[in-house]
Design a protein. Structure first.
Lengths: 326, 349
């Protein structure tokens, strides 16, 4: 893995890289296989989903999750984990359904404040060397508290323009696919294509080298947190555009789902890796599983257990495939 | 490249030594917090200075019990955390009531603790066999456990046994019996950490899993035992809380963050390797008194959550600076090999 881009380094052609990643067994292959299997089961259950409308309904819930997964991927690429993502997305939906509608300036200021807080978190984690898990877990309660203060019970209404985004249905192609592709492209640009992406991954894999190369570790980590915060805000806004209301608990399962999506897509916990396509595939798979579970009319009590078991099973599958690959 | 080695990562200072030679205990700050909050309560509602403490002593033991288990897990080292305790408590409350109705209250509480252990076993299997990071493993377990809770909640409509209710509310000389029992458990755990092979192994694994393994400690067994202990304590707490409050699907929800916060506030190192059982008490009393104070002053649940979260973050920042601990085991390990330079001030970027 390259750390910083040397001046005379020439990237291999896209085809060469794609071929190599297939030959080496891309980490995202497992997630792709899981996606195909889940999709096949869904079609067998409900043949109607093979249409633009069907796919739209099926994939809609995955859209915010994909953006959140890209955010989690950026955080995990620098070796951290964000445990506050679910509560924060809930808070963004609350802000979208209340402040953003009533006084847009205050609403936008709140959303910007979230990004600033994330920059501070990055600063704290790097400067004070505190575990990101605990800091973000603590922050999740702050988000929850703020959300409850603004909107104690689910409700409110999203602004017109946001609802319009949620209602947007292009001809011939399911809208969620457009959003998912955009999210992946953004994640791919941020983490793989741009120079800052190399810096983020270098911070996760070898901070000492990054520092010797003349980059500020603090700035790099703050950058990762800020980029993640922006993606989280987008994810929350998209979720609000679909539900058209605010609920602090609407995304509580996103925390586990995003981490699982990143790991499913080939990411790891020690940092240094960012696989945006894998993360998207993982998020779509997990989102589809949720939809599938409700399609299969599984008792609502059992749904969370099924989700937990599936996440464990998929992660187990990854261990097994990695062992065979070696 | 300068080659001077700074801050050897393996050495740790327990507490801080003052010039007088008195060791400042790791739980000292939280004790100051307890006294400060207590003083504030007395100011807010003068008249009965010991009533808030007596009240706190009846609620805190449950939190202490969960925190002791969480402490063992956190002491195992970076990345080790049990986020399933909250849902285990809720599930165990139903188990306690359901089994208690047919086989007596004692069997109910034992079954609750057993249910907690079984749930923890699920996490342990995921951590050790599937090599899933603990936080994901315990999160997944908590999802499974919450389904079990919902199923149990549908099935049972029992209330807790009367004799168990009497036991959890009983007082000797104004001190709740449950507090005395939990204090005894705390002492046992403190002695275990200092004297027994298992206790010392937990601390050793937390300081360096690699060194512990080289020294012949079976790290996997210690890890498994610590998680199972945490699950068992959470189950026990749920079983008792069923009688103290009543079974509910959200009975344990707040205990997840609270237990972690209590452990951290109590002086246990979040990066592992140092357990402070006494800190579980001061931390728990601080938390219970604080929420009493906030209720007294009339803060909303939302505001209380904000304060709690900010407190946890603040304490982690302060304690991490004090102990000079690393971000994660991997990062620390990496730093010990690669970073031989003092952090230089760099402005370019």
């Amino acid at each position: 893995m390259t750390t910083t881009a040397p001046t005379r380094y020439v990237r291999p052609a896209l085809t060469t890289r794609a071929l190599t990643s297939v030959l080496h067994g891309s980490p995202a292959l497992l997630s792709l296989t899981a996606l195909v299997v889940v999709f096949a089961i869904s079609i067998a259950n409900q043949p109607g989903i093979l249409s633009v409308t069907g796919l739209t309904l099926m994939l809609m819930s995955a859209v915010p999750l994909v953006f959140a997964a890209q955010a989690q991927m950026l955080i995990m690429s620098v070796g951290d984990i964000d445990l506050g993502i679910g509560a924060l997305i809930g808070l963004v939906t609350v802000i979208a359904a209340t402040l953003l509608n009533e006084s847009p300036v205050l609403g936008i200021a709140m959303l910007l404040a979230i990004v600033v807080v994330y920059a501070l978190l990055g600063l704290i984690v790097q400067k004070r060397k505190v575990p990101s898990i605990i800091v973000t877990l603590g922050m999740s309660f702050v988000w929850l508290g703020v959300g409850l203060q603004i909107l104690p019970t689910p409700g409110g209404a999203t602004p017109e323009w946001l609802t319009a985004i949620g209602r947007w249905r292009p001809e011939g192609i399911p809208a969620p696919i457009v959003f998912i592709v955009i999210a992946t492209a953004v994640g791919w640009y941020l983490s793989r294509q741009s120079r800052m992406g190399s810096r983020l991954r270098a911070l996760g894999s070898n901070p000492a080298t990054l520092e010797k190369a003349g980059w500020s570790l603090v700035q790099t980590r703050v950058l990762a947190y800020v980029l993640a915060a922006i993606l989280i805000v987008i994810s929350g806004l998209l979720l609000a555009s679909q539900t058209r209301s605010g609920d602090i608990n609407s995304a509580s399962n996103f925390t586990l789902m995003t981490i699982a999506a990143v790991v499913l897509g080939g990411g790891n916990f020690s940092g240094g890796r960012a696989l945006p396509i894998g993360a998207t595939l993982g998020a779509v798979t997990l989102g589809l599983i949720t939809v599938l579970l409700s399609l299969m009319s599984l008792s609502s009590s059992l749904q969370s257990a099924a989700q937990g078991a599936i996440v464990l099973a998929v992660l187990a599958g990854r261990i097994i495939t990695e062992r065979f690959a070696r | 490249m300068s080659t001077d080695l700074t801050s050897p990562p393996a050495t740790r200072v327990i507490g801080g030594r003052t010039s007088l030679g008195i060791t400042w205990p790791a739980w000292g700050w939280s004790l100051i917090g307890v006294l400060a909050v207590w003083a504030l309560i007395i100011i807010a509602r003068p008249g009965t200075p010991f009533e808030p403490i007596a009240q706190a002593l009846s609620l805190a033991p449950f939190l202490v019990l969960v925190a002791l288990g969480q402490m063992l897990v956190i002491t195992l080292g970076p990345g080790n955390i049990d986020v399933s305790v909250g849902t285990i408590i809720s599930m165990a409350s139903y188990v306690s009531v359901a089994v208690g109705a047919s086989a007596g209250p004692l069997a109910g509480v034992v079954a609750a603790a057993g249910a907690g252990a079984v749930a923890a076993l699920c996490s342990v299997l995921a951590i050790l066999l599937l090599r899933v990071p603990p936080i994901i493993a315990t999160l997944a377990t908590s999802l499974i456990v919450s389904s079990a809770t919902l199923l149990l909640a549908d099935a049972s409509r029992n209330a807790a046994d009367a004799s168990l209710r009497v036991f959890v509310n009983a007082k000797v000389l104004g001190i709740p019996v449950i507090a005395i029992v939990v204090l005894a458990i705390t002492v046992v755990i403190a002695l275990m950490l200092k004297r027994t092979r298992f206790g010392l192994s937990v601390v050793a694994v937390g300081q360096s899993a690699r060194a512990a393994e080289r020294a012949g400690i079976r790290v996997w067994a210690i890890t498994a035992l610590a998680y199972i202990a945490s699950g068992t304590f959470a189950g026990l707490t749920g079983g008792l809380l069923a009688a103290f409050i009543s079974p509910s699907t959200v009975l344990g929800t707040s205990y997840m963050l609270d237990s972690i916060a209590v452990v951290v506030i109590g002086g246990t190192l979040i990066s592992g390797g140092r357990a402070v059982p006494a800190g579980a008490w001061t931390g728990a009393l601080f938390f219970v008194l604080l929420s009493g104070l906030l209720n007294l002053v009339g803060w909303s649940i939302g505001a209380q959550n904000i304060l709690k979260g900010v407190l946890v973050v603040a304490v982690v920042i302060v304690s991490a600076t004090a102990a000079g601990t690393g971000r994660s085991s991997l990062a620390r390990l990496r730093e010990s090999f690669t970073s031989r330079t003092i952090k230089k001030e760099k402005n370019n970027g």
